[in-house]
Write a protein that binds this ligand. Structure first.
Ligand SMILES: [Zn+2]
Ligand SMILES: [Zn+2]
Length: 269
């Protein structure tokens, strides 16, 4: 083929085209061909790859980066509650040099960590993990008779802190680097056809409460129409939508044909 008839890169007219953009269809050269995380083997021109509707994982990152998530508000709220509780306790009993009144001050240990966490200081993420243990050790130092109880109380706090530490949305609030895979998981959880997940939940519930089966059927049907794997970003969860739909149809049948006769037998016998 003569060179003049060959496609040429839209950005570099002196270079031959290596393919066409999956969005706008313009020619790109090998240098301009860009793959986008979460969109498989599709290739885009540089301009399209930068668009938020194409590079949806990067758009998600920018949308959440530095913005407080639910955990940040929970930690902030608990910190405020601890301050109020300590102030109320001190107003009630005053601060005497007895061990019992010093005990109130153990509640103030998490306050600096909580404030720093709410303000997005990165060290507070790690400090939050240590806080339940530090509180247990301090409480143990003040009252030696309940060591087991103190450390038992620290366990739920520690588990919650671990969960917060691993939470991708919370890591975005702290502007930490998050891998495309983790971003994809976050996107899946929040935006990838949530209606299908809801349909499946209604489907399971309808096995116990048949009145919920119309909801399972409706949600499943709507979710099924939303599935589009070729869209950008791709919308999936076809299996969950179908499962919700099927369970929604099956559970009234199950009740009519199996459970009700069985219950009737049970009553008559
Ligand atoms: Zn393009
Ligand atoms: Zn080019």
């Amino acid at each position: 083929m003569p060179l003049s008839q060959q496609g040429r890169c839209a950005v570099h007219p002196d270079l031959p085209a290596g393919g066409t953009c999956s969005r706008c269809g313009s020619f790109f050269c090998a240098d301009c061909a860009t793959s986008v995380a979460g969109l498989g083997v599709r290739l885009y021109c540089t301009a399209c790859a930068a668009r938020p509707d194409v590079n949806y994982l990067e758009a998600l990152r920018q949308r959440y980066q530095g913005r407080r998530d639910d955990w940040a508000w929970v930690v902030g709220g608990v910190t405020l509650l601890l301050c109020v509780a300590t102030a109320a306790a001190l107003a009630q009993w005053g601060l005497r040099a007895t061990k019992e009144s010093l005990f109130t001050l153990v509640l103030l240990i998490p306050v600096p960590v909580g404030v720093a966490f709410f303000l997005g200081q990165r060290w507070a993420r790690h400090a939050l993990l240590a806080t339940p243990l530090v509180m247990a050790v301090a409480a143990d130092a003040l009252a030696r008779n309940a060591r087991f109880l103190f450390f038992l109380c620290a366990i739920p706090g520690l588990l919650t802190a671990l969960r917060i530490h691993r939470d991708v949305r919370n890591q975005l609030f702290f502007r930490l680097p998050v891998s495309p895979g983790a971003l994809k998981a976050l996107w899946d959880q929040r935006f990838n056809n949530p209606m299908a997940r809801q349909a499946l939940r209604f489907g399971y519930s309808s096995l116990f409460m048949p009145l919920l089966s119309p909801l399972a059927v409706i949600c499943g049907a709507v979710a099924l129409t939303r599935v589009d794997l070729t869209a950008t970003p791709p919308i999936g969860r076809r299996g969950q939508a179908i499962a919700g739909l099927v369970l929604g149809f099956l559970s009234p049948l199950l009740w009519w044909l199996v459970l009700l006769p069985w219950l009737a037998d049970l009553i008559h016998s």
